[in-house]
Design a protein around this ligand. Structure first.
Ligand code: XMP
Length: 326
């Protein structure tokens, strides 16, 4: 059987028992593949890279070197959770790279969505390669490739516009979850003891909040996206919708409108709320958010996010719209 085809006899991992057996098998396989060598991993905090990190920590402990790049476009609390879970709780050998200024400075004035993606992808590779070169004797690179990545893009993790590492960084790949589907990765993640909200979190694009701050990204508008997104996620979780709705997030378009506060006119940004359901992101329908919940979210955003005077709801399905605004 070619080495990128899932064994048709492989049972679907849908229970703790099957996940435990898979973990044991992979721990042995990883140890055999890498021996006493160090392995590098870009740890974003997404489901796939988090599960791979937890598996490798179990197999080789500090020989796994995780690099977490903060590009300034992550959601509120995301980097903090990666550090808490992996460094503090699992004892990972974790390098945190604060590259916020580098990314945001390079994005100043860039309006075109694909250009924004290219810049974010390129700087990510540059930052990661710089960190990789600082560490001696690294032969292996772990990746959170999953089976749909292989089926859809012949093994290249389908992050739009992100190129490969430079040629001199020629690593052997370690891809322990490459034959798993997303639901199986989640079951394995829970069996490894990762937090439920990390394992069942909604899809989050590589360019992060950058595509939810349409047009040229500015730091003030980016903060409005981050703060309103945090409120939306908190209220969805309180309403028991976490893990039930495919994706829900906020957008802050690059225009202002008039409002009134304390008897004075304001001229501020608007927040757009978007919540969609989907099976595989190729099409999407609108989650019908109940009005009482919408009003609660609206009230919190207007009261807590300074610089917003209007809250809108995007009810456009895919097609004709896309899920993200860019
Ligand atoms: P669209 O907006 O094309 O999104 O309907 C479909 C799904 O893909 C995600 N998305 C991305 N993911 N890099 C990613 O890793 C990207 O540049 C990107 N753009 C969109 C989006 O969140 C949705 O789940």
């Amino acid at each position: 059987m070619p080495n990128d085809v899932r064994d048709p006899k492989m049972e679907r991992i849908n229970s703790k028992e099957l996940a435990d057996a898979f973990i044991e098998e992979q721990v042995t396989a990883i140890k055999k593949q890498v021996g006493n060598n160090k392995v590098l991993l870009a740890l974003s905090g997404g489901v796939d890279s988090s599960v791979v990190a937890a598996l490798l920590i179990k197999a080789i402990g500090p020989n796994l070197v995780c690099v977490h790049v903060n590009h300034g476009l992550l959601r509120k609390g995301e980097s903090e959770q990666v550090i808490k879970v992996f460094q503090k709780e699992l004892g990972a050998n974790l390098i945190y790279v604060d590259a916020v200024d580098r990314f945001l400075d390079a994005l100043i004035g860039v309006e075109d969505p694909e250009q924004k993606r290219k810049i974010i992808g390129k700087i990510f590779i540059d930052v990661f390669a710089e960190e990789a070169r600082k560490i001696e004797d690294i032969k292996f690179l772990a990746q959170g490739t999953i089976y749909p990545d292989i089926l859809e893009s012949k093994g290249i993790k389908a992050h739009h516009n992100v190129g490969g590492l430079p040629e001199d960084l020629n690593f052997e790949l370690v891809e322990p979850v490459k034959f798993l589907f997303k639901d199986e990765v989640r079951v394995v993640g829970e069996a490894l003891g990762l937090p439920h909200n990390m394992v069942y979190r909604q899809p989050f694009p590589g360019p992060g909040l950058g595509v939810r701050c349409p047009g040229a990204i500015t730091r003030d508008r980016l903060e409005l996206v981050r703060e309103s997104d945090a409120i939306l996620r908190e209220e969805f979780a309180n309403a028991g919708l976490e893990g039930k709705v495919w994706q829900y997030f906020t957008i802050v378009p690059p225009f202002k409108s008039t409002g009134i506060k304390d008897n004075k006119r304001t001229f501020e940004y608007a927040v757009v709320i978007r919540a969609v359901n989907s099976i595989d992101a190729t099409s999407a329908s609108i989650e019908e958010i109940p009005y009482p919940l919408l009003f609660k979210i609206r009230d919190r955003i207007l009261a807590e996010v300074n610089g917003i005077n209007r809250v809108l709801v995007d009810i456009s399905p895919k097609p004709v719209a896309t899920i993200e605004w860019e």
